[in-house]
Design a binder for this molecule. Structure first.
Ligand code: C2O
Ligand code: CU
Ligand code: CU
Length: 514
């Protein structure tokens, strides 16, 4: 069994229901959400803002050598440091992926984003706590040739965040074409630990792609099926490279994994059964290291690992593999990362027993712990993925999507798609649910009996400790989280981070009001 349960027959049955059906047409409080922010934001620099780091990023088409032979046409974020520390920008050699931005907590950052594509785009800083004008809402998308200025103070803990496009309906193809980069934050708490740094602190962006006979990227070839399921490629890429091998020394490393895939869910493990030592999640360091036999990594999620090769011999080869699970197209074992131990090296780093201090939210402090704000993900008519029966509308914020600044709330995501209840069910797919503008804590998970056996193929790899901005909700599962709306009023988003689902409208606004 696996979640790839939308077969041709379901497809025909559901699509036959008519795409003209109306969704999201509930009695909304229609606020002029978008126009409010777009009027002032991002169009010019604020002379009163003195950045510590100023960066220019251009999104532009280019060609790179990925496979032997013909070059591959991709889209790329090309960066340049305009002011401040030149090390704020790190280019991944031979990669189409965006540069790595490295900053310190508390720094003021200005990014000048110029769109040199042939379609609208906008950058979203995934996981960062920033004002709405810096969050990359699709209504802020700029046209080709235009520049958008982001100005914000890095408020987040040390951690592995990332950035990617967020134009309405085109996030999937733009990320797929190569637009994604890491935004790595460091702070005093992290530096005091003396974790492996420099060349021993390595980001690994995991993505899947599909190439045609001319070495060009293929996207959306299966039409509606791709949109329903999410795009699944057949070629694994690490940091934008195929057949990637990581050369290492016999010492500890700090590896930062990002699942930058459009929809693929990974279940990662060392081939030889060595456990994985997790030290960080989406929102930075855990309190204590967590030892796991496998880790489940859904789209947009990050995990930081402590990996110690000091017991290995020069010449050893290790492989991080994908284990079979019920995830779509997840039935097979395949290699994800090859590691080659190539040199002997002494190192003094040791794994700290205590990594950070996290003040846990308490359910009792939530304003609604007895009646969580409930979101149900299901298939709607016309084969649209919906959240509470609604799909994205640029200006729409329903009454139940308005939250109060300063409140700690409990939210509950229910993936109803496993139930098979007539035309609204019968389709079981995972949804990695993401909330903009904040990091949350995961409180509990419940799985119904029909979903349990598939769930168990992935749940042993969940890392629910620490801070998160994306949580995987499997068919038949209900997940409760605690989140707090701090500092900024305004318009933010919550959505499924299966990018094809998001582009189809499995996304909604929420508004923080004082
Ligand atoms: Cu990484 Cu709204 O997304
Ligand atoms: Cu985000
Ligand atoms: Cu989804």
């Amino acid at each position: 069994m696996n979640y790839q349960s939308i077969n041709r027959r379901d497809f025909l049955r559901l699509s036959g229901l008519g795409t003209a059906a109306v969704f999201g047409g509930s009695l909304s409080s229609l606020l002029s959400a978008c126009t409010d922010i777009s009027a002032a934001a991002g169009l010019s620099v604020n002379e009163n803002f003195t950045p510590d780091v100023e960066i220019a990023l251009h999104a532009a088409p280019t060609e790179v050598a990925i496979l032997p032979g013909q070059k591959t046409r991709v889209w790329q974020y090309q960066g340049e440091v305009l002011g401040g520390d030149v090390n704020a920008l790190q280019v991944i050699p031979n990669s189409y992926l965006g540069p790595i931005i490295r900053v310190q907590r508390g720094q003021k950052v200005r990014v000048q984003f110029t769109n040199d594509l042939s379609e609208p785009s906008i950058i979203h800083w995934h996981g960062l706590h920033v004002p709405e004008a810096a969050d990359g809402h699709p209504c802020l998308a700029i046209d080709p040739g235009e520049t958008y200025t982001y100005e914000f103070t890095v408020a987040d803990r040390a951690g592995t965040y990332w950035f990617h496009p967020h134009p309405h309906g085109r996030t999937g193809p733009q990320v797929y074409n190569g637009l994604a980069g890491l935004f790595i934050v460091s702070d005093a708490e992290e530096q005091a630990l003396g974790l492996p740094s420099g060349e021993y602190d390595l980001p690994l962006v995991i993505q899947d792609r599909l190439f045609d006979g001319d070495n060009q990227l293929v996207y959306g070839g299966n039409g509606m099926m791709d949109q329903m399921m999410g795009f699944l490629g057949n070629r694994l890429m690490i940091n934008g490279q195929v057949d990637f091998t990581l050369p290492v020394a016999t010492r500890p490393y700090h590896l930062r994994l990002l699942n930058g895939s459009n929809s693929r869910i990974y279940k990662l493990a060392w081939e030889d059964g060595t456990p994985l030592t997790v030290i960080g999640s989406d929102g930075g360091l855990l309190e204590q290291p967590l030892v796991k036999n496998s880790v489940t990594l859904a789209p947009a999620q990050r995990l930081e690992l402590w990996v110690d090769f000091s017991g290995r011999a020069v010449g050893d080869q290790l492989r991080l593999i994908n284990l079979p699970s019920a995830a779509p197209d997840g039935g097979a074992v395949f290699p994800v990362l090859n590691v080659q131990v190539e040199r002997q090296e002494q190192a003094s780093e040791t794994l700290p027993a205590q990594l950070s201090k996290i003040s846990g939210y308490s359910e009792n402090d939530a304003v609604n712990s007895n009646s969580p704000r409930a979101f149900t993900m299901a298939m709607g008519m016309g084969m649209r993925w919906t959240i509470n029966g609604r799909t994205f509308s640029m200006n729409e914020v329903d009454r139940d999507e308005v939250v109060k600044l300063g409140d700690l709330e409990m939210w509950q995501f229910t993936n109803q798609s496993g139930g098979g209840t007539g035309m609204m069910g019968g389709t079981a797919l995972p949804h990695p649910m993401h909330i903009h503008g904040l990091q949350f804590q995961i409180v509990s998970r419940e799985i119904d009996s029909s979903g349990r056996s598939d769930w168990e193929t992935l749940s042993d790899g969940f890392v629910d400790d620490g801070w998160h901005d994306t949580v995987l909700v499997l068919p038949g599962e209900r997940v409760k989280i605690l989140l707090k709306f701090e500092d900024y009023e305004g318009l933010y988003l919550y959505h499924c981070h299966n990018l094809e689902h998001e582009d189809m409208g499995m996304m909604r606004n929420y508004r923080v009001e004082a």
